[in-house]
Design a protein around this ligand. Structure first.
Ligand SMILES: [Zn+2]
Length: 86
């Protein structure tokens, strides 16, 4: 399987339990289970800044330096499907 990352939060998705679900119960290839359930986003986030803040907290809690986390997220998230400027 090719390497997939969530197109909302950039989390690597390697096992099926990490995949979000579509309305019909099938797995989403685009979004992770934390972001996407039964065809809808689990959060009400409407902008990238809020997503970066939430992801930063998560990455810092896993031991990453805050500045590094913000840099990585700023470089990664804007390229994802959910946040790409239409
Ligand atoms: Zn996600």
């Amino acid at each position: 399987m090719s390497k997939l990352i969530c197109q909302s939060c950039a989390m690597p998705m390697v096992s099926e339990v990490q995949f979000g679900t579509q309305l019909d119960g099938s797995l989403s290839q685009d979004y992770c289970t934390y972001c996407y359930q039964e065809g809808n986003f689990t959060d009400e986030l409407s902008n990238l800044d809020d997503m970066i803040k939430i992801c930063t907290v998560h990455m810092v809690s896993e031991g990453m330096n805050q500045e590094d986390a913000i840099n990585i997220l700023n470089n990664t998230l804007p390229n994802l499907k959910r946040w790409k400027v239409k």
